[in-house]
Design a protein around this ligand. Sequence first.
Ligand code: NAD
Length: 257
Amino acid sequence: MRLKDKVALITGVGSGIGRESALLFAQEGAKVVGVDLNPEAGEKTRQEILQAGGQALFVQADVSRAAEAERMVKAAEEGFGRLDILFNNAGISHAQDDDAIHTTEEVWDLTFQVNVKGVFLGCKYGIPALRRAGGGSVINTASFVALLGAATPQLAYTASKGAVLAMSRELAVIHAREGIRVNALCPGPLETELLMKYLNTPEKRQRRLVHIPMGRFGQAKEIARAALYLASDESSFVTGSTFLVDGGITAAYVTPE
Ligand code: NAD
């Protein structure tokens, strides 16, 4: 029960990391406010939490819209009385995201709206709520691509995750003396919908796997466990970190055969 009596707002609970984190956080005693653009998927996660005996609300919202981000935070405070953990996790990876020559302005803008502005707005409305609760933990999902370049380009996505990493670091410094910790969670490539919809052939998967020392993609559950650590008081001296959970990808030059 590492999150006993804590209220956790998690965005992107309809799938992947957000979904696994919502289930795990609830299992560890948190009251979960799940947010997603997709109402069916988000409601399904909520139902699973309730069936397991946990407590959860679901709020359908687009994190890139200020009024909706404000509403999701309000729902946490009205529903469960406070906010202790803010997990800005929702993000997109656009199918037409490419290199500088081929990425359109529309794809660039949409990616930044969700991945960067969405995290900013979560913090804009969420941090005052954490202050009202006397402190808390913010986890922003960046990515290993904030640190590594790839010749399989997704330029808007990569730049957006660099922005999340830099934003999280500065927020950590600003709020360090208020009992608010801010960390950037940087997952390696995962076997979730976001990535697997593109890596639809063994060749495409192998093009990536050769660079991962562990020789496999990560599971959303493995990232949820790292998020649980950052959310809980066990990480009480961890703030401003680039929290890599990447199967060793950022440590590698030549990987094992
Ligand atoms: P996913 O696609 O499985 O799930 C993302 C969820 O976010 C979906 O349920 C979707 O409906 C929701 N969402 C999308 N846009 C939204 C919006 N505007 N408002 C509210 N909800 C919205 O993705 P995932 O793999 O679990 O990724 C979660 C986070 O982890 C993202 O920020 C992603 O960039 C990051 N990440 C993923 C990987 C990977 O390999 N999958 C690696 C590093 C980082």
